[in-house]
Design a protein around this ligand. Sequence first.
Ligand code: C2E
Ligand code: MG
Ligand code: MG
Ligand code: MG
Length: 287
Amino acid sequence: WAKADGKGRWTLFDPERNAHRMTRQALSSTLRAAVERGEFLLEYQPLVGLGDGGLHGVEALVRWRHPQFGVLTPNRFIGLAEEDGSIVQLGRWVLRTACRQARRWQLDHPDVPPVYVSVNVAVRQVWDSDLVADVAEILAETGLAPRLLQLELTESAVMGSAGRPLQALSDMGVRIAIDDFGTGYSNLAYLSRLPVSVLKLDGSFVHGFRYEEGAHPNPADEVIVEALVQLAHRLGLTVTAECVETSGQADRLRRIGCDTAQGWLYSRPVAPERVSDMLTAGVCPRA
Ligand code: C2E
Ligand code: MG
Ligand code: MG
Ligand code: MG
């Protein structure tokens, strides 16, 4: 087999690429039904206070327990779900499940401060569905306090002038976070105009914080993060660092004044029962 690559040249048929395309098609055609069949599950990753080492919140991360392909991580299907629109239905399920779970933890662990749940929201959920109505309904139904819900949107979703729904959510008491901050062409001016209260610094910044042997530190990342944290604080925002894998990184982030951290140093994304264990023990392991 050989095929033209569009520039008049001939390249070898790539079986891996074809398998990938077939998998994409297989996944896409079953996404909608999978939501109805209940094939998705959520894992939760701790968000730890750098100042007190406490478990402040968790991020809900969706997985697909596919009958044929096993457990799939979101990078395999979220893009597809956005393309075919099933993200609206899936996103609603994620939101409801996460809020119900956060309320459950609060009821099961009345002696510890309640943890908030941070839920990823895709652009299409803001544009193609009534996110504000969905959130209001889910909070009422689950009994979760709005302040215990945080929504993570990407810069592009926020910049696409989703101003009005975001303002309504913020008025309700729900916190808005910008996810993967620093990966797009950040326009810092919008931060002061939109009801955003949290910046989640993209993991790529934290990668430059590695000074142990064999690592490749990028001192500029530290300068940038320090400036971003200062700016965020002056605008009244808090900062969460993603992908914190070493205690060296956590130390530097703490010194810089970053508020919260998330990453393998503390915990991988885990089942809800493991979060219960942490609440019982009163600590996040390794925090
Ligand atoms: P994200 O929101 O930036 O989530 C953080 C990702 O980084 C997660 O990948 C998490 O497992 C991974 N991670 C956490 N700590 C570390 C670390 O220390 N080192 C490294 N290398 N990685 C770490 P995951 O679970 O595969 O999710 C990937 C992306 O899928 C998420 O990125 C988010 O954009 C999207 N996603 C996940 N769940 C949902 C959802 O329910 N709805 C939507 N729309 N998107 C979702
Ligand atoms: Mg996120
Ligand atoms: Mg993120
Ligand atoms: Mg990320």
